[in-house]
Design a protein around this ligand. Structure first.
Ligand SMILES: [Zn+2]
Ligand SMILES: [Zn+2]
Length: 143
């Protein structure tokens, strides 16, 4: 099934919360940003979409289960973040100053993964890399 058809299916399934699903999918598919459930809730409120936080969580769970969104957990962060699943392998730059999470689509580990595979015989199914530090804006404030 193509991604688009899947999105249509998930939007169509269970008419009750369709409006929330459409809005959340739209919000996240238009940005590279990773957003917390609380922030999604805030943004929906700003658009005068009244929803309670537990419905936001439930809707996000459904969208993650159906691979429309990715749930991202960050070391040292209690809350999870959500991004639109573009089916592209990527990593993150995480700012310790403002908690901004920036996706990076260059993977430096592909050759290394091949090397590890042939040397160890280990079947590698994936990897995670996150870089922590300070974004350009926060860096300027540090000086
Ligand atoms: Zn920052
Ligand atoms: Zn990678």
């Amino acid at each position: 099934m193509t991604k688009e058809r899947m999105v249509n299916r998930i939007i169509g399934a269970g008419l009750k919360n369709t409006k929330y699903r459409v809005n959340i999918i739209e919000m996240l598919s238009k940005t590279d940003e990773l957003v917390s459930a609380q922030e999604i809730y805030n943004r929906l409120l700003k658009k005068s979409i009244f929803i309670n936080l537990s419905t936001v969580y439930r809707t996000l769970d459904i969208l993650v289960d159906n691979k429309i969104l990715n749930r991202v957990t960050i070391e040292g962060e209690k809350q999870s973040f959500y991004e639109y699943n573009r089916d592209i392998h990527h990593h993150f730059l995480i700012c310790r100053g403002c908690n901004k999470i920036i996706p990076i689509y260059d993977c430096p580990l592909e050759d290394y993964e091949q090397k590890l595979k042939s040397e160890s015989g280990f079947v590698i199914t994936g990897h995670r890399v996150e870089f922590y530090g300070y974004c350009d804006e926060c860096r300027k404030n540090l000086i």
